[in-house]
Design a protein around this ligand. Structure first.
Ligand code: EPZ
Length: 417
């Protein structure tokens, strides 16, 4: 668990690591070739280890070098099953489905199952792979898929899906002919994956827009790629600084990936300065102001920042209406914030936050990755100690968070559960 003594102002510089949600599909892309893929700026978080363990089951070898690079090579496919005990721990395991079908013509991947924030189906992934000639059955809680060589198709996603877009981009690279993917997710992590695939010899155009076109090739080769900065880690420190900061420089991040968040943090009164590769956050002179928010697919406000922003709105003057449009159950953190003294009322997918309310430190329990970040952020401004339990959620996506916060002046300690 993590113990935070609130009330210490944050100042100084924090360095942001590589994006977990860009590194995960990049690792899955290593399945598409028998040559080595060398990734730089890969964060040392639990989800990355989980994905590497999964790739080992398919025959991958890997090593981390002194310069912080992670090289993965799947010289030959030695297995095509992603077991339940791994997939249930990390839904992003579904990202191996497209590459395994493209490279080996078969895959057996456990259905991810739901998680704290929602049911998390993968029907859009499966529907699209069927259109490319995949034979897909759901049996005993597993997706059993097989195909000859996948065939290019014109596919429109019924809804925006980040890993669905990534899965199909990877599957299409080795398909016969041309694939057009429509209504694609536009997240920076999708664009980053396309950069890697192109470096591997794939022919991918349009990533970052609604329509992505891929011309299938017969084989892909090894490549080296630097993973983009983690915009959600950066956003988490930006919100922490807006809430508890004097002045904080969030370094090694990409302001262009944070447009909607920076706009909202600015609207609530903090002074935001975007520099090349960094964001400087200065606490406002007066109180923070409440502002309404609705999460949306990129370039809208990221759902992965909703919980952290809610923590901030508990200290803002007025009423903030926060609409969670992406996931059906992503307000678990609200009940824990209420236990710290927040005034939050939930009606359907809208949470109304009335502020400012003084927060008092308490024992709280994390329910998912971003909810745990929200509780740590709230602890920074609560009076007395806050102890966040079940921080294995936090370790999935944040590298050395207690060290980085201590570096900014916070009183944060990790303790045994
Ligand atoms: C990615 O999850 C991210 N994970 C999530 O980050 C993020 O919250 C999410 O995108 C939304 O931005 C990774 O990139 C590894 P979706 P993903 O498919 O791809 C529904 C974190 O904190 N849907 O874009 O699983 C789905 O239920 C994690 O790092 C279907 O109905 O999300 C959701 O309501 C949490 N059918 C919505 O679409 C499908 O086939 C968006 O899901 C696929 C999705």
């Amino acid at each position: 668990m993590i113990r935070i003594e609130g009330g210490r102002p944050l100042s100084g510089r924090v360095v942001i690591g590589g994006s977990k949600n860009a590194a995960l599909p990049a690792l899955a892309a290593a399945l598409l070739t028998d040559e080595p893929i060398r990734l730089k700026n890969v964060p040392a978080v639990v989800d990355i280890s989980t994905m590497v363990n999964l790739l080992e089951r398919f025959g991958a070898s890997w090593n981390r070098d002194q310069a912080g690079g992670l090289t993965v090579q799947v010289g030959r496919i030695a297995g095509t099953e992603a077991p339940y005990d791994l997939v249930r721990r990390m839904r992003a395991s579904v990202l191996v489905l497209g590459p395994l079908l493209a490279r080996a013509g078969r895959a057996r991947v456990s259905l991810p199952g739901g998680c704290a924030i929602g049911e998390r189906p993968i029907d859009m992934h499966l529907g699209a792979l069927r259109k490319m000639g995949g034979t897909i059955a759901i049996e005993h809680g597993y997706v059993s898929a097989s195909c000859g060589r996948l065939t290019g198709a014109d596919i429109t996603f019924p809804g925006k899906t980040v890993t669905g877009t990534e899965n199909l981009m990877m599957a299409s690279c080795l398909a016969r002919g041309r694939t057009v993917l429509r209504n694609c997710a536009r997240e920076p992590e999708v664009v980053d994956l396309a950069e890697l695939l192109r470096a591997m010899g794939a022919r991918v155009e349009g990533a970052g827009k609604d329509v992505i076109e891929i011309e299938g090739v017969d084989r892909l080769h090894g490549a080296e790629h630097r993973v983009i900065a983690d915009r959600i880690e950066a956003g988490t420190y930006i919100v922490a600084a807006a809430l508890a900061g004097e002045e904080v420089t969030v370094d090694c991040c990409e302001p262009a990936h944070l447009g909607a968040l920076l706009e909202k943090v600015g609207e609530s009164g903090s002074e935001i300065t975007a520099l090349p590769g960094a964001v400087v956050v200065r606490r406002p002179g007066g109180r923070l102001r409440s502002c309404d928010l609705a999460t949306a697919p990129h370039p809208g406000f990221p759902t992965d920042m909703q919980a952290q922003f809610m923590a901030m709105m508990t200290q803002a003057e007025g009423r903030a209406a926060i609409v969670e449009s992406i996931f059906e159950h992503r307000f678990m953190h609200a009940q824990e914030l209420r236990r710290m003294g927040a005034d939050i009322r939930i009606e359907g997918n809208t949470a109304r936050v009335f502020g400012p309310t003084p927060l008092s430190g308490a024992d709280v329990t994390a329910s998912d990755l971003r909810a745990s970040a929200c509780l740590v952020v709230a602890g920074l401004v609560a009076s007395g100690p806050t102890v966040v339990h079940r921080i294995y959620h936090l370790d999935r996506g944040y590298e050395r968070i207690e060290e980085k916060l201590r570096g900014l002046g916070a009183a944060v300690e990790r303790e045994k559960e």
